[in-house]
Ligand binder design. Structure first.
Ligand SMILES: [Ca+2]
Length: 552
């Protein structure tokens, strides 16, 4: 699969053309080989209203779920059944279709209307909760806001991470089909919309000693809920029957090919002698001591390129193997990952590898900063994605102020990618075929987003935002939010959603590129009702918080 299959897939050899599993909904009915219709009110799990005070009774009737026109139709109706005022359907693939990791996508058209709550999501095959990936959730009364959430940890220590993505003013998610997806990697999950990534969570984002639950089998769910704590009840404006249509669900394997990862240490402050050697030790070489020597560049910096497969890899720098100085960090230190063993805690550097080469900037022993602190305090790996509208497969690089120049990997459709460890706020610039971009007047310099921030969509070479063709759904650079971008609807020079005077101002936004991604994480308390104990009522409350928001 690809990091951006539709718009910017990696080399063809890494892109399986066929999903490992798919339901195209072309058959005469709902495939019982793939799906089970979960029926009732949730009472079978001791959670009437499915833990959220939902108002629907799920049925196995063709009144509520059927296949026609090459699509799955899930239909919510105003019809009394089993004490509930509405009927609808909920499909799950537990015991039938499940797996670990992959690119999972569904092309869905969702309904709007107060009280409607369509969802495409995943739960653990072993039946234990937490452990949930909400690929798509939209609340019918707020049809322009797409929610992306993961729930992990172990009760009562639920740990939820989420964000949302707003469609431009005047447009919402219900107006057409969109492809909602995740790239579920070892150690990280990336949410995509129409093939473009817009949010990411990483194993390292989880608080120390909380469980990351996403290295095991999970199954799929598709449902259209009515009412409940989060969406509220339907009202007179809600139109029934309400319909959610699914054109397909596809599950692709991820690429497993190793990519080059460049490690760098600044040893200028270590007072090394000519015979000293800096070594790289990690999970990838068995922490072997002196078997991976690094290369000295003659001015105090040592580097080493190691090809690593996708996943989270932990490492430390040492001088002369374990017999000399070694990185020493403590749990919670920035840029580290804590591994809790039996009576012992390991605190290591880490790097998350997917299908893009990674360049790690030089750091000092025991630190994520350069020696002397010349690099600002926040250093994190950021994936740069740049689109050139006409140069396909040329050479490209990204130059980051104070850090260096890094080659970018050419993907399909003129999109180039590189993952580089960078300081937040650093200025950067793209070069294609040796020619640096010149941004139009009024753009301002490009700057690296904060740690945890995520740059949605590829940036266009020599454009402030968007490409000239970004409003064309058939274009490789198609951006579903092109109405925000210069040349695609927004007047040039108008700042984005973080500026109160802007037309698209959004008070919660942390991004000024028009995408209005909040990019924040929330840690929800366990004792939701502040009763002093964590109990079933807390579970019911937190199950009602399937979005990204904590309950107030
Ligand atoms: Ca279909």
């Amino acid at each position: 699969m690809g990091w951006l299959l539709s718009a910017a897939g990696p080399a063809a050899s890494q892109t399986p053309a066929e999903p490992v599993w798919a339901d195209e909904f072309n058959g005469p009915g709902i495939s019982t080989a793939n799906w089970t219709l979960e029926t009732g009110t949730g009472a079978q799990y001791g959670l009437v209203g499915w833990g959220n005070n939902e108002l629907q009774y799920y049925t196995g009737s063709q009144q509520n779920a059927y296949v026609a026109d090459g699509r799955l139709h899930i239909v919510a109706r105003a019809a009394s059944l089993g004490g509930m005022a509405y009927t609808s359907a909920r499909l799950m693939s537990r015991g039938k279709v499940f797996g670990t990791h992959g690119r999972i996508e569904a092309r869905i058209r969702i309904p709007s209307g107060k009280g409607l709550w369509p969802a495409f999501w995943m739960l653990r095959e072993n039946g234990v909760w937490p452990g949930e990936i909400d690929i798509m959730e939209v609340i019918g009364s707020v049809p322009y806001r797409l929610h992306a959430t993961s729930h992990q940890g172990a009760l009562p220590n639920l740990f939820s991470l989420g964000s949302h993505l707003d469609a431009p003013s005047g447009v919402d998610w219900t107006q057409d089909f969109h492809v909602y997806g995740v790239e579920w990697w070892p150690g990280s999950i990336v949410w995509t919309i129409d093939g473009e990534p817009y949010f990411e969570v990483n194993k390292a984002d989880i608080l120390p000693n909380h469980a990351w639950l996403f290295e095991e089998d999970m199954y799929l769910l598709l449902n259209l809920a009515v009412g409940g704590n989060w969406p509220g009840s339907p009202d007179a404006t809600t139109v029934f029957p309400a319909r959610m249509e699914v054109d397909y669900v596809r599950w692709f394997d991820l690429p497993t090919a190793a990519v080059p990862v460049t490690f760098r240490l600044d040893a200028n402050t270590l007072g090394l002698s000519a015979s000293d050697i800096v070594h790289l030790n990690g999970s990838f070489n068995g922490w072997c001591g002196a078997c991976t020597p690094m290369v000295h560049n003659g001015s105090g910096q040592w580097s080493k390129v190691v090809w690593l497969p996708p996943g989270v890899h932990e490492y430390k720098f040492t001088v002369n193997g374990w017999s000399g100085a070694a990185d020493a960090m403590t749990p919670g230190d920035f840029c580290t990952l804590s591994t809790y063993g039996t009576g012992i805690t390991y605190v290591n550097r880490y790097v998350t590898v997917r299908d893009v080469p990674v360049s790690l900037s030089a750091v000092c022993l025991n630190s994520c900063l350069t020696c002397g602190g010349t690099v600002p305090a926040t250093v994190h790996v950021h994936t740069f994605r740049m689109h050139h509208p006409s140069v396909l497969g040329g050479s490209a690089a990204v130059a980051i102020a104070g850090v260096g120049v890094f080659p970018m990997q050419a993907g399909a459709a003129g999109v180039y990618r590189a993952s580089v460890s960078v300081p937040a706020g650093a200025a950067y610039q793209y070069t294609v075929n040796g020619v640096p971009e010149v941004l139009p007047a009024g753009c301002g310099a490009r700057s690296v987003p904060p740690a945890g921030g995520f740059q949605p969509f590829a940036e266009c070479f020599a454009e402030c935002v968007g490409c000239g063709i970004c409003g064309d759904p058939g274009a490789a650079a198609y951006n579903p939010f092109a109405a925000f971008t210069a040349g695609c609807g927004e007047a040039p020079g108008i700042p984005g959603c973080t500026v109160p005077t802007a037309a698209n101002y959004a008070p919660w936004a942390t991004w000024d590129d028009g995408s209005c991604v909040a990019g924040t994480e929330e840690v929800c308390p366990a004792d939701w009702d502040a009763s002093g104990t964590v109990n079933v009522s807390d579970l019911l409350i937190l199950l009602g918080a399937f979005g990204s928001e904590c309950v107030d």
